[in-house]
Structure formats: C-alpha cells, structure tokens
Design a protein around this ligand. Sequence first.
Ligand SMILES: CC(C)(COP(=O)(O)OP(=O)(O)OC[C@H]1O[C@@H](n2cnc3c(N)ncnc32)[C@H](O)[C@@H]1OP(=O)(O)O)[C@@H](O)C(=O)NCCC(=O)NCCS
Ligand SMILES: CC(=O)OP(=O)(O)O
Length: 333
Amino acid sequence: MEILKGIIEKAKSDRRKIVLAEGTEPRTVKAAEMIIKDGIAEIILLGNKDEIKSKAKELNADIEGAEIIDPISSPLFESYAKRYYELRKNKGVDLNKAYEIIKNPLYFGCMMVQNDDADGMVAGAINTTADLLRAAFQIIKTAPNISIVSSAFIMIVPDCGYGSDGVFLFADCAINPNPNAEELASIAVASAKTASTLLGIEPRVAMLSFSTKGSAQHELVDKVVNATRIAKEMAPEILIDGELQADAAMVPSVASLKSPGSKVAGSANVLIFPDLQSGNIGYKLVQRLAKAQAIGPISQGLNKPINDLSRGCSTEDIYNVVAITAVQAQANK
Ligand SMILES: CC(C)(COP(=O)(O)OP(=O)(O)OC[C@H]1O[C@@H](n2cnc3c(N)ncnc32)[C@H](O)[C@@H]1OP(=O)(O)O)[C@@H](O)C(=O)NCCC(=O)NCCS
Ligand SMILES: CC(=O)OP(=O)(O)O
C-alpha cells in the first residue's frame, strides 16, 4: 500500500489534466468526485452535459470542479475530425467517416491528449480494451524505439511475503494475444522499466512457463527460452531469468530445488506471462481468489499516457489508475 500512497502523493505534487472518456458512467462519476476532492488531478469528463450532471445528482456526487466537454458540441470537434482524417486518410478514412469517428469519446479523448489539450486519458469501465486500444494506437501511436505496446497490472496481494512484500507487476495481461519471442522480450524489458519507474522497486523479472530450466520440452517452452535470451541481450543490466514455473519464480524453497543459483527464481517481482490467455486468466485468479488489488492495465510504450480499466473495476480502481496516468504524464513533460 505504501507504493500506492507514493504514487498518489506524486500525482498531487504536480497536478495533470486527465480526461475520463466515459463521463456518464457511475463509477467514473464517483471517482471524479474523489479525485477532485483529494487534488489528485484536474478532471475532464466527456459526454452530454445534462446527462453527466443528472448522473452526478443521482449519485449525490460533487463534480463542480470538473470540466465537462460534449465532443459533438465542442469547438474542438471540427479541428480534431480534420486531424484524424489527416492521420488515417492513407488507411481509407474519408472526411465524413472522420467526423463520425471523432464523435466517439474514446477518439475525441485521445485527440485531446495528442494535441496537449489534456495530459492523459482513462477509460474502459464500459468500453472493451480492444476499442480503447484501437483509438490509442491510431492517434497516440507507439513511442520511439518501442516495437510493441503492452500492458502491466500492479498486483498488491494481502498477507503475502513473495515478490516485493506482496507487490508484483504482471504482464502482459491485456493487449497482445500471442506475442512472438521478440515481442515477449520487449514486454519483459518494458515491464522492468515500469516496475522501477512507477513502483520504485528493483525489478527481478521471471519469464513464466509450464517448464523450469528444461524440465519440459515443447515449442511453447522454446518461445519462452528464446524470449529470455533476447531480453537479456536487449537489457543486460536487468535481472531476468527463465523459463520458470510460477512456483519456482516466487517461492524460495521451490526455487532452490528447481533452479538453484538463479538470481531471480524464488524472489521474482515482475511476472511475464507467455501469452494473453495465461496473463489475463492469471491476474483475474489472483485478484479474485487471493483478494489482491489489481491496478491497471497500465499501458507501456505509448507516446502519451492512455490507460484502460477492466469493466469489472471499482471506483477505487479508477481513482488509482488516474493517479498512475497523472504520474506517467509528469514523466512525459
Ligand atoms: C490490441 C488489439 C485491439 C489490436 O487489434 P487489431 O485492431 O485487430 O489489430 P490490427 O492488427 O488490425 O492493428 C490495428 C492497428 O494497431 C496497431 N497495433 C496492434 N497491436 C499493437 C501493439 N501491440 N502495439 C502497437 N501497435 C499495435 C497496428 O500496427 C495497426 O496500426 P495501423 O492501423 O496504424 O496500421 C488486439 O490485439 C486485441 O484485441 N487484443 C486483445 C485485447 C483484449 O481483449 N484484452 C483482454 C481484456 S483486457
Ligand atoms: C483487463 C480486462 O480483462 O478487462 P475486461 O475485464 O474489461 O475485459
């Protein structure tokens, strides 16, 4: 929890302007109230003004301090549509289509961030990850020298001595369905960076598999072995090891049996899943069965901070992801 408090204090220290694209969604409206009250960020809610105000009234939420922008009647609408057309005309988008697309708050919000009218955006309480990411990929795009955008969850597991006192980073649990070895290596390196910059912990990165150091042979294991080698070449300064089963990665007694001498096994705090099936299932199991707090998915590798939520998120989750987005935005300046 200390880690989360640190992020929240950092967000407060230099307030950024964050767009909440799902402005009428009840958890979002409540989160906006809390964020404004605690001074975490300046908030822009997107959507129909009357609908947002009546939702706030119904929820007894004070959102007086929020700016409300209706994309359709906004003076920014025309210029954003034209800019979107310029960005996507070589992909077959004509001007009429651009006007249609910019009515969608996910696209309008990304345009606000891209044009520095806001510093970051959070959505995904009602929209799917794929819909949010498509808008971000098209408008915000991938940062220089980054081959692939991925995501990570901060997992805070109660009464747990593994990882960094129960704190882990899990990746990729939200974006890339089946990364190849190079892509998996990039996810590992990006996650190590997120762990050190956002969580302030020294990353110990485990490349997870159903095999530990050759205990099983399969092409799925080969992918993780290759990804581990590539990640070590990409970032020799980072502690990365694999392939490791989850118990060998986290539990010292199992690590000493299965992978003796490893600097990561038994103490991993960054867990890299081999594909999205295992990553998404894995984080939800830990969240629900171990009652862990799952904060994210936090995007890694976009030019500017756009973050997703799970549709199962709580008001508190939105509050936390906004704080993280604000801290990422500070780092971008
Ligand atoms: C991320 C995702 C939406 C991309 O899907 P898609 O639209 O079919 O992907 P495409 O291959 O058509 O690519 C669309 C654009 O995004 C870009 N893109 C796709 N994946 C990318 C990635 N990981 N990093 C950077 N750019 C990416 C493509 O380069 C392309 O750009 P362009 O249109 O400018 O050429 C898709 O991989 C997905 O649905 N992932 C799973 C999301 C999910 O359901 N998660 C589980 C719940 S959290
Ligand atoms: C991250 C994630 O799994 O999102 P959702 O639950 O909305 O599919």
